[in-house]
Design a protein around this ligand. Structure first.
Ligand SMILES: Nc1ncnc2c1ncn2[C@@H]1O[C@H](COP(=O)(O)OP(=O)(O)OP(=O)(O)O)[C@@H](O)[C@H]1O
Length: 263
C-alpha cells in the first residue's frame, strides 16, 4: 500500500488513520482518448474527500474506475491494501464499496419502501422475484427509512417524490448494503435550494455519526466547504490539487484553472 506523507491534508496533531482506498498512477484510455491520467491519491478511513473540477474533467470517470465500471488501463486501485484493479463492481461492493450515480436510478411506480426492501433482499441474497418472503426484511427497511428521514414517505411511489427525496432514497438503497466507503456522484444535482441543507445534513451524518468514508463529486462549493476534509481538483483527467479546502481555495493554479472569481 502506498503511504501518503504523514498527516498530509490533515490538521496538525490529527491521528493518521490507515488508507482505505489508494490509487497508484491510475489512468483510463478508451478508443485512443486518454480520459484519466496518472491519478495517485490515498483516502483514509473516515475521511470525507470531495472532487471538484469543470465539466468533463473526469470526475465521474474516476468514480467509474474506482467502482470498477471502467478498467484502469494504467496503474493500480487498492482497497484496504488489497489490489482490486482487476475486480468486477460486484466484488468491490462485497468489500464495502458503494456508489450512487449522477442520474436517478429509481423505478417511478415503485414505492419508497419497496425500493429499500428490494435492495435489502438483493443484499441478503434473496431473489428479486420472491416477494412473499420480503416481510423478513421489514426491520432493516424501517431502520434505513428512519436514518434517511423517509419514514413518512414509505408508501409513496418514487415518481411523486421531490428531487431531494429521490436523492435520499438513492442513499437509502445504498445504505442497505452498509458500505464503509461511499462514492456519491453529485448528490445535490437537480435538488432545490430549500432541500440542499437537509440532504447535506444527511450526508454529514453518514460520515460523522456513522463513521463512513465518503468520496463525493459536487459543484456546490458552499456545501463542500463545511463538509469535506480535503478537496481533490480534477482538470483534463488529472489531479490538479489535493489538499484542505482552505489550501485548495487559496491555490492560485486552482483558481486560474477552475474556481476563478467564484471564491
Ligand atoms: N465511455 C467513454 N468513451 C469516451 N469518452 C468518454 C467516455 N466516458 C467519458 N468520456 C469523456 O471523458 C471526459 C470526462 O467525462 P466525465 O463525465 O468523467 O467528466 P466529469 O468531470 O464527471 O464531468 P461533469 O462535471 O460534467 O459530470 C469527457 O470528455 C467525456 O466525454
Amino acid at each position: 500500500m502506498t503511504a501518503a506523507p504523514e498527516g498530509a491534508g490533515h490538521g496538525p496533531g490529527t491521528a493518521v488513520a490507515p488508507a482505505v482506498l489508494a490509487l497508484e498512477s491510475a489512468g483510463w484510455t478508451v478508443g485512443g482518448a486518454t480520459i484519466l491520467s496518472d491519478v495517485s491519491l490515498d483516502v483514509r478511513e473516515g475521511e470525507f474527500l470531495a472532487f471538484i473540477g469543470p465539466n468533463g474533467a473526469g470526475k465521474t470517470s474516476l468514480f467509474n474506475l474506482i467502482s470498477g465500471l471502467v478498467p484502469a488501463t494504467t496503474g493500480r486501485v487498492l482497497l484496504d491494501g488489497a489490489d482490486i484493479t482487476g475486480e468486477a463492481p460486484h466484488a468491490r461492493a462485497r468489500r464495502g464499496l458503494g456508489r450512487t450515480f449522477q442520474t436517478s436510478s429509481l423505478w417511478p411506480a415503485m414505492s419508497v419502501a419497496e425500493h429499500v426492501r428490494l435492495a435489502a433482499q438483493a443484499a441478503g441474497g434473496g431473489s428479486y422475484r420472491i416477494w412473499r418472503r420480503a416481510s423478513r426484511y421489514q426491520d432493516q427497511v424501517d431502520d434505513v427509512l428512519v436514518r434517511t428521514g423517509l419514514t413518512h414517505r414509505a408508501d409513496v411511489p418514487a415518481r411523486s417524490l421531490s428531487h431531494g427525496e429521490k436523492r435520499k432514497l438513492e442513499l437509502a438503497v445504498l445504505l442497505v448494503g452498509e458500505p464503509r466507503l461511499m462514492l456519491l456522484d453529485e448528490p445535490m444535482a437537480g435538488v432545490s435550494a430549500e432541500e440542499v441543507p437537509a440532504l447535506t445534513e444527511l450526508i454529514r451524518g453518514l460520515h460523522r455519526d456513522e463513521g463512513r468514508t465518503v468520496l463525493m463529486v459536487e459543484h456546490h462549493m458552499d456545501v463542500l466547504l463545511g463538509l469535506a476534509d480535503r478537496l481533490a481538483v480534477m482538470h483534463h483527467g488529472s489531479l490538479l490539487a489535493l489538499d484542505t479546502p482552505e489550501a485548495v481555495t487559496a491555490d492560485a493554479t486552482v483558481q486560474r484553472a477552475y474556481l476563478g472569481a467564484a471564491l
